[in-house]
Design a protein around this ligand. Structure first.
Ligand SMILES: [Zn+2]
Ligand SMILES: [Zn+2]
Length: 280
């Protein structure tokens, strides 16, 4: 059975509990907390599962994630509003991006009626080509869609979690939405590796060794860089040049919430990108 999606209040509490230890990240952490609050208040209510149990197990057996982009059933008005709000929040905190974001918000505003189709493209390809073709910053646009779609994906993740047989999946992509992981945890007891979906916050088990992005499991082409306290490590793959942040739960006392750790480890993203490893 899949793990339960952690609630927004819990994530926020955990981020603030640990934020004191990272004063140099205060600004970035506050930005992400504002984004979380916007997602929490977007008015996306719990949903019935998009498919039934029989369909679910058939898809999983074929290695197909449960949620197809079309079946997500996003309310266009809510999504458009959230995209705009996220653009606004980031612009407030990152004045150097304000102009770029104003361009993105104006572009999205003209396409409010087609936002569902843009969302489907983002979910399918991880990018919005039409926006890139119009000269918009593709990474920022993807960032906005990732954050704006999260509440919709989370409610489906919650509804579908009971149908995911964790021990039968073992793939690099999310069993619910097909998203890539952006954080891993090594379990306290077993040392097993659990991945966090970058899109819907689902968590699932994956093999301990190997790159979830390209499947490379050759030790010579994999490396990791532990933090001084051994709690965190940056896993990198020399085959696809991607990276994965990892928290070793055997090195910490008490529980940690992965969606909070994603935010608390933003410095590792910067270090990985600086070292030439990519997000995809
Ligand atoms: Zn997912
Ligand atoms: Zn790889």
């Amino acid at each position: 059975m899949g793990a339960v999606v952690v609630g927004y209040d819990q994530i926020l509490q955990e981020v603030y509990r640990q934020a004191d230890k990272r004063p140099e990240l205060a600004d970035t952490i506050e930005l992400h907390c504002e984004l979380l609050r916007a997602q929490a208040h977007a008015g996306v209510s719990p949903q019935r599962p998009a498919l039934d149990g029989e369909e679910a197990s058939a898809r999983l057996q074929q290695g197909v994630p449960l949620l197809s982009p079309e079946s997500l059933g996003v309310d266009g008005q809510t999504l458009a509003g959230l995209c705009d709000q996220i653009g606004f929040i980031v612009a407030e905190r990152r004045p150097e991006l304000a102009e770029t974001l104003a361009g993105i918000r104006a572009w999205l505003d003209e396409r409010r009626d087609q936002i569902g189709a843009l969302a489907v493209e983002y979910l399918r390809e991880g990018r919005v080509r039409e926006g890139e073709g119009s000269g918009l910053d593709g990474k920022l646009l993807a960032f906005i869609f990732n954050n704006a779609l999260r509440p919709f994906l989370r409610v489906q993740a919650q509804a579908l979690a009971p149908w995911v047989d964790d021990s039968a999946w073992y793939r690099g992509r999310c069993p619910i939405c097909g998203g890539e992981p952006d954080l891993a945890a090594l379990e306290r007891e077993s040392g097993r590796r659990r991945l966090l979906c970058s899109r819907c916050d689902s968590e699932w088990t994956f093999q301990r060794i190997g790159c979830p992005f390209c499947g490379n499991d050759e030790p010579r082409r994999l490396a990791y860089y532990p933090s001084d306290d051994q709690v965190y490590r940056l896993n990198v793959c020399e085959q696809c040049r991607r990276y994965l942040k990892t928290i070793d739960l055997r090195q910490v006392a008490g529980e940690r919430l992965l969606p909070a750790e994603r935010i608390l480890t933003v410095a590792m993203d910067v270090a990985a990108l600086d070292a030439g490893y990519g997000e995809g």
